[in-house]
Design a protein around this ligand. Structure first.
Ligand SMILES: Cc1ncc(COP(=O)(O)O)c(C=O)c1O
Length: 303
């Protein structure tokens, strides 16, 4: 019986004694825990992380553990910089897309729909700004933006900045209500898959669910170091309709022209703004490899 079933049984039970009995009868004994560890198909993955001694780490929702390989990959970047100075940019500049595509495999994206850049909030700003701009072209009469009331506190601030007086923000309290809010007035909907982080913990397939845009952080279940940059996913069908609102030099068609007139580059690279955070992205690279190797289905089964 999994945790959801236990929860629903408990919630539906009539009295406290019955609830306690259900809980007790489903608790594992110490011996059962040891046996489950022995049979764990992912047990060899423990050796890939710095796990504090005598600890079962349940704080991946706040900060993932450090992959042992991370020191090596960071040192490689430093050596490359030492030896090749300005030429080390050649490798570094490719990292956001190279590693973005690896995250893309975890979230069911197609090639060149995911890139690493900036923070979650900044990426959300780009997604919302782009979707509002696309709707201005395709459905200019729409006026309402739907927001889950439980969304992260930053999100409302971003929306207010983008929506001005033209749009009305409408809240829903849970996704079961969502259908009642859907009509021809809706510009875009901002939803959390899990409050707030899930990539690396809960499987999702963005192509299957026909997602338009998505953002996520990497420092939680993707174990990529405190404050490492986030990722942004943009469905190919939205990539070249218009450009994202933060028109930076790396999203420009010819970055080194330093042109005052913005000409967006094609594809997901338009969602870059400025210089990539090379050292943490190299850690994302090695940690995502570990997650891909383990496989999302097995990670989920282990919960
Ligand atoms: C939906 C959402 N928005 C914004 C944030 C803030 O992220 P950041 O600090 O990377 O900007 C988070 C972080 O968890 C989030 O889940």
């Amino acid at each position: 019986m999994d945790l959801f079933e236990i929860d629903s049984l408990k919630n539906n039970s009539k009295n406290e004694v019955e609830k306690e009995n259900i809980l007790q009868s489903n608790l594992m004994t110490f011996e059962e825990c040891v046996k489950a560890d022995e049979n764990d198909e992912l047990k060899n993955f423990c050796s890939k992380f710095q796990i504090p001694p005598n600890t079962i780490y349940f704080c991946g929702n706040s900060l993932g553990l450090c992959p042992i390989e991370s020191e090596k990959v960071v040192n490689q970047i430093i050596q490359e910089w030492e030896q090749n100075h300005i030429h080390s940019w050649n490798l570094a500049i490719q990292l956001p897309l190279k590693v973005g595509n690896k995250i893309g495999k975890l979230i069911g994206a197609e090639e060149n729909e995911t890139i690493i850049a900036d923070s979650t909030s900044i990426n959300l700003f780009k997604c919302l700004g782009t979707s509002i701009a696309i709707q201005k072209i395709k459905n200019p009469n729409r006026r309402s933006i739907l927001l889950d009331r439980e969304n992260f506190s930053n999100d409302l601030g971003l929306l207010k900045l983008l929506s001005t007086d033209e749009y009305k923000i409408r809240y829903f309290d849970d996704e079961n209500q969502l259908e009642d809010f859907l009509n021809d007035d809706v510009v875009c909907i901002l939803l959390s898959h899990v409050n707030y982080h899930h990539v690396g913990s809960v499987p999702i397939n963005l192509t299957e669910v026909n997602a338009d845009f998505a953002v996520g952080c990497t420092d939680k279940y993707l174990n990529s170091s405190p404050g490492a940059p986030a990722f942004i996913y943009v469905n190919k069908k939205h990539q070249n309709v218009t450009w994202q609102p933060l028109t930076g030099w790396l999203g420009h068609q010819s970055p080194f022209k330093m042109s005052k007139d913005y000409e967006p580059t094609v594809g997901i690279k338009n969602f870059l703004v400025g210089t990539p955070e090379v050292l943490p992205i190299s850690i994302i690279d090695c940690s995502v490899e570990i997650t891909l190797d383990a496989g999302m289905q097995l990670i989920r089964k282990n919960h």
